[in-house]
Design a binder for this molecule. Sequence first.
Ligand code: TYD
Ligand code: MG
Length: 505
Amino acid sequence: MAKSRVQFLCNHCGSVHPKWMGKCPDCGTWDSLEEYKAPAPDARAQARSAATQTGDVLRGAEPLTLQQIDESDTPRFASGITEFDRVLGGGIVPGSAVLVGGEPGIGKSTLLLQVAHELSKERKPGARSQKSEEIQHVRSASADGGIQHSAFSNQHSPQHPALSTQHSSRVLYVTSEESARQTKLRAARLGVASEGLLVLAETNIERIINQIHKVQPAVVVVDSIQMIYKPQIPAAPGSVTQLRDCCMDLVYLAKASGIAILLVGHVTKAGTLAGPKIVEHIVDTVVYFEGDRFHSHRIVRCVKNRFGSTHEVGLFEMTGAGLREVRDPGNLFVEQYGPGGQPSGSVITAAMQGSRVLLVEVQALTASSVIGAAKRKVSGASSDRVAMIIAVLEKRAEMRLAADDVFVNVAGGVKVAEPAIDLAIALAIASAHMNRPLAPGTFAVGELGLGGEIRTVPQLEHRLREASRLGLGHAIVPHMGGSIPKLGGMALHEVRRLSQAMSDL
Ligand code: TYD
Ligand code: MG
C-alpha cells in the first residue's frame, strides 16, 4: 500500500505546505500549521477504477449550453423564518451546505432549532399540494446578474429521494455539543415540539451519516461541526484534518442525496471561523452572526452564497423565547434623545444593508491625549477608513486632532463597511471636537474623498425615503445637481465639500 502523504495545513488561511514551519508563509500567522494526512493515492485510484467498471463514468453528466440549463429548476424550502430566508437568498436549496458561524452564545443553536422546527412543522407526509406550496421555484438572479446554478445544474429534472413527498417533512438535528436533554430543554423554552423534528446526540461522523441514511430527512442540522470526528483519523475533533474530512463527507452526502445540510461553526475572537478557511470553501453558503451577546439585536450576514446575493442581512432580536424576527428595523439603532436632540458627536446616517436601509447612529468622542501617543479606537466601522477621515479633517478642514484621542462607535453593535457613512463619521468627529451638535432630525450620507470632496453614494433616493418615513426632516447629501427627487417635508443640503457640510454644525 502506498504511504499516505503528510502535508501541513494552515488553520487560519487553509493553505497547504509540504513541511512544517513556524509561520504560515501565505497569511503570516505564527504557529498555525497542522499536520494533515491526505488520503493514500492508491485508494483514490481504486475508487476511480471501480467507478469505471460500474459504468459510473458513462452515466455522468453531459455538458450543456447555457440555454439548455433550466434555472427555474432551483427549488427552495422556505424555512418559515423570513429573515433567515432573506439571508439565504430566498430559502434553503436542497442539496446545499450552509455554514452558520458566530461567537459562542450568540444564538446559533437557538436560530437553527427554530429553523428546524419551522421546517418540520405542519407539512403532512404525502400532502402533495402542501409541498408544492412550500417549495418555491426561484426565478433567475437577475438582480446580481448571475445565473442561479443549483448543485444539480447539470441534470435536467432533479428528482431526489429527499425531495419526494414522504420524506420532505423530517428534519434531523444532530447535537454534538449538548446532550439530547439540553436540546429538549431549549426546545421547551422556545415552544418547539413537532413530530418531524428528530434529535440525535452523536459526535461520530460515520454514525451520523448512517442515521441520515436511515431517517432520510429533508434537512440536517449539525451543531457544531467542530465537535464531530472521524474515528479513522488520529487527530482531535476541531483540528484541521477532522474539520476538513467531516465537512467533505457531509457535503458529498448533501450533493448526492439532495438533503440540505446546515452546519454550525464557532468563530474565534478575531472573527474568523475557528479552523481553516477550507470549510468556507467547501460549503455553498456562509452566514455569520454579528452583534454581540450584550445587545439583544443580532444581524445575520451572508458572506458567501452560491445561490444568491451576498448583500443581504437578517435582523433578529433575542428574547426570552428565542430569536424574534425584526421585519421593520425603523430607527432601532438610533437612540431617541428626546426634545434636546442629539448630543454633540452623534450623527445619524442611512446605511444600506442588502436591499434595505438601516438608520444607524455614528458616535464620536475626542479627548485630549498625551502628544505623540494619540489613540484612535473604532468599533463598528473600518479603522483604516476612520484614520483617512481624520487625515482629511486635519488637512482639508484645518482641524487639529493630532493631540486628541479619537473614539468612533456605530451604536447598537452594528457593523457598517460602506464608504457612504464617511460623511457621518467626519461630522461626528468634527461635532465632538467643536462640541457643537447637529440640529435635531438631521442625518448625513456621503463618501469622503481625499481632497475633501463629498462623493455620491448608491441608492440615495432609497435612503432618503426611509429617513423621511422615520421622521427625519433634514438631510446633508452629496451634490447631485437637482437630480434628487423632492420628498415631502425633507430639507436637503447638497454639499460638494466637507467644509460646506461642516457649516451645519
Ligand atoms: P445559543 O443559541 O446556545 O448560542 P450558540 O449556539 O451560538 O452558542 O444561546 C445564546 C444565548 O441566548 C444564551 O446565552 C441564552 C440566550 N437565550 C435567550 O436569551 N433566549 C432564549 O430563548 C434562548 C434559547 C437563549
Ligand atoms: Mg450552540
